[in-house]
Design a protein around this ligand. Structure first.
Ligand SMILES: O=C[C@H](O)[C@H](O)[C@H](O)COP(=O)(O)O
Length: 271
């Protein structure tokens, strides 16, 4: 114990013989985490490119989702507009999506002018075997669900970590529920009383206090118990609670999901 203690001290106290070893451990950890990130980014990209290539047609209205995977979809849309001369109008699902559309030189539209969308392309936090989605990890669920509800097809793009048999298997941050700020405590109590689990008010990272969505609301993340739920019923029940604006449960909405894999291939699931 004594030796181990002093051994530890000598590791961090500037011993010249050990520092190179430490540096190489740190460097190898950093490079393996950089490699993991690269493979995740690649997985997102190939899923996004395939979805855009297979689903987006000329002279159509496209719903543009939110999150890190959608960045690649927008990149591919912009490439195809440039190289193939596609005529597209893009409807954003968040402030982030709006900025991506503008910065990529795509045509920005809204639901007032284009209430009917041909295809919405969006990411997901998790997709289960029945194509039920958890969305809203980035806080954008409300506008995403509105846009998806106006689309003939909702196409999901994701990396392999989002592909699950049942919700909660991969995504551990709970189901986001967007709520009117004054009602977050009663909603929290009502959901927990009816279904169990716990609900946490999502806190901001670079701001004091809670996350405030693009629509001025709060988000409760519901860590649900490990049970077999009928998500359609659960979604409807939660939506009935006054003050709930929307849930991140997307049930019977997605047409198709593309999951990019680490080996550079893409696996698909259809509704
Ligand atoms: O609120 C965020 C959205 O629902 C995203 O589409 C979802 O969180 C997936 O994001 P990402 O592509 O970054 O994993």
């Amino acid at each position: 114990m004594f030796q181990r203690f002093f051994g530890t001290v000598s590791l961090f106290s500037g011993s010249r013989s050990i520092n190179p070893l430490l540096s190489s451990i740190v460097a190898s950890r950093a490079s393996s985490s950089a490699a993991a990130k690269m493979s995740l980014d690649l997985a997102k990209k190939i899923a996004a490119f395939k979805a855009v290539d297979e689903y987006v047609r000329d002279n159509t209205v496209v719903g543009v989702g939110s999150g890190s995977t959608v960045v690649y979809a927008v990149q591919r849309l912009a490439e195809r507009v440039k190289t193939e001369g596609l005529k597209l109008v893009c409807i954003p699902t968040s402030f982030q999506a709006r900025q991506l559309i503008i910065e990529s030189g795509l045509v920005l539209g809204d639901l007032e002018q284009h209430p009917k969308i041909h295809c919405a392309i969006d990411g997901a936090d998790e997709v289960d075997a029945d194509m039920v989605l958890i969305k809203g990890g980035g806080g954008c669920l409300l506008q995403e669900k509105i846009v998806a509800s106006c689309a003939d097809q909702l196409v999901v793009i994701a990396d392999y970590t989002k592909n699950s048999k049942k919700l909660g298997e991969q995504y551990k941050k709970g189901i986001p529920i967007e709520v009117v700020p004054m009602a977050y405590v009663p909603i929290r109590n009502k959901v927990a009383a009816k279904y169990g689990g716990s609900l946490k008010l999502r806190m901001a990272v670079a701001k004091a206090g809670p996350v405030v969505t693009d629509n001025g609301n709060f988000i409760l993340d519901w860590h649900f118990p490990e049970e077999k739920f009928d998500w359609d019923v659960v979604n409807r029940d939660i939506m009935m609670i006054p003050g709930v604006v929307e849930t991140g449960l997307f049930v019977k909405m997605a047409t198709k999901a593309y999951f990019g894999l680490a080996d550079g291939s893409v696996t698909e699931r259809s509704a």
